[in-house]
Design a binder for this molecule. Structure first.
Ligand SMILES: *[C@@H]1O[C@H](CO)[C@@H](O)[C@H](O)[C@H]1NC(C)=O
Ligand SMILES: *[C@@H]1O[C@H](CO)[C@@H](O)[C@H](O)[C@H]1NC(C)=O
Ligand SMILES: *[C@@H]1O[C@H](CO)[C@@H](O)[C@H](O)[C@H]1NC(C)=O
Ligand SMILES: *[C@@H]1O[C@H](CO)[C@@H](O)[C@H](O)[C@H]1NC(C)=O
Ligand SMILES: *[C@@H]1O[C@H](CO)[C@@H](O)[C@H](O)[C@H]1NC(C)=O
Ligand SMILES: *[C@@H]1O[C@H](CO)[C@@H](O)[C@H](O)[C@H]1NC(C)=O
Length: 228
């Protein structure tokens, strides 16, 4: 069985000079090489003179209805170059950011998520007969396997440098995984990417309630987590 992971970090931040990509897949504590199992992305065309910054550039509201929102900008172009990690069901997996885009940025911004906010992790498998390496994922039935929200009114679970920035940003990447094991159970609530998220609604809840009033008021987006 082939499955794909998507992570969506809905983040509002004070830092606009540099961003990040979840380029490393972590399986049972071992960090893979950057983009070994994660689909790479292209630079935003406005910043293509600065390839690293352009690649790490976030997605914004206008991208929510684009196929770029499924796995990151033009990620399907890198699918053939992406290896598939074999994972035993029940193994702990994670995604980690790659080092900072700008050498001159303070090291506090290196190798870390510094735009904090909620994050969600989803899985989907390609339709039968379609190889993972040629699947864009935009027709996928994505089910949520993890969600990270607020610890309390002022702190997100995913939090490094807290600060308010008035536009919600999205950081999306996909990894190729082949999960093996006895399995069991069937997820029942799915989302489509693009399609599942309503930017007006998210931005309103995120900025007005989630950030400025109380982080715990941002109660999450998309389906609830499937626990197996
Ligand atoms: C995806 O992003 C690339 C790079 O910014 C852009 O050229 C392309 O038009 C976008 N695709 C869609 C469907 O918006
Ligand atoms: C690239 O970035 C510019 C500047 O922020 C933005 O206006 C444009 O919509 C982005 N392009 C895509 C395809 O997201
Ligand atoms: C994960 O790593 C631990 C420690 O190296 C090992 O004992 C365990 O068997 C591994 N689990 C899987 C599912 O690979
Ligand atoms: C940034 O982090 C990476 C990964 O931890 C490390 O290899 C690199 O040396 C760091 N860069 C700087 C300038 O400290
Ligand atoms: C929220 O949690 C953080 C970390 O545990 C703590 O430092 C902070 O004081 C808490 N804030 C409130 C308002 O309880
Ligand atoms: C998105 O959310 C806004 C604000 O809640 C609502 O007015 C609008 O109808 C929603 N759009 C869709 C397509 O559901």
């Amino acid at each position: 069985m082939c499955l794909s992971i998507i992570t969506l970090a809905i983040l509002a931040s004070h830092q606009v000079q540099a961003h990040y990509l979840f380029g490393h897949l972590i399986v049972n504590g071992t960090k893979s090489k950057p983009f070994q199992y994660v689909r790479d992305v292209t630079a935003n065309e406005t910043y293509d003179h600065d390839a690293e910054f352009g690649r790490q550039y976030p997605l914004f509201g206008h991208d929510l209805d684009s196929t770029n929102f499924t796995c990151g900008r033009d990620a399907i172009k890198f699918a053939q170059k992406t290896a598939t990690a074999t994972i035993i069901a029940g193994t702990e997996v994670g995604l980690r950011v790659i080092p900072k885009a700008k050498p001159w940025l303070p090291n506090i911004y290196n190798d870390t998520i510094f735009h904090d906010g909620p994050a969600n992790v989803y899985l989907a498998k390609p339709p039968s007969g379609v190889a993972l390496e040629s699947w864009a994922g935009d027709d996928g039935e994505w089910f949520k396997i993890a969600g990270f929200g607020a610890i309390n009114s002022t702190k997100w679970v995913i939090d490094h440098q807290e600060g308010f920035y008035p536009y919600t940003q999205f950081y999306v990447n996909c990894a190729h995984v082949n999960i093996i094991g006895p399995g069991g159970g069937m997820p029942s609530t799915f989302a489509r990417f693009p399609g599942a998220y309503n930017y007006t609604e998210i931005d309103e809840r995120m900025n007005r309630q989630g950030w400025l009033e109380d982080h715990t008021k941002f109660t999450g987006i998309g389906p609830s987590v499937w626990t197996g």
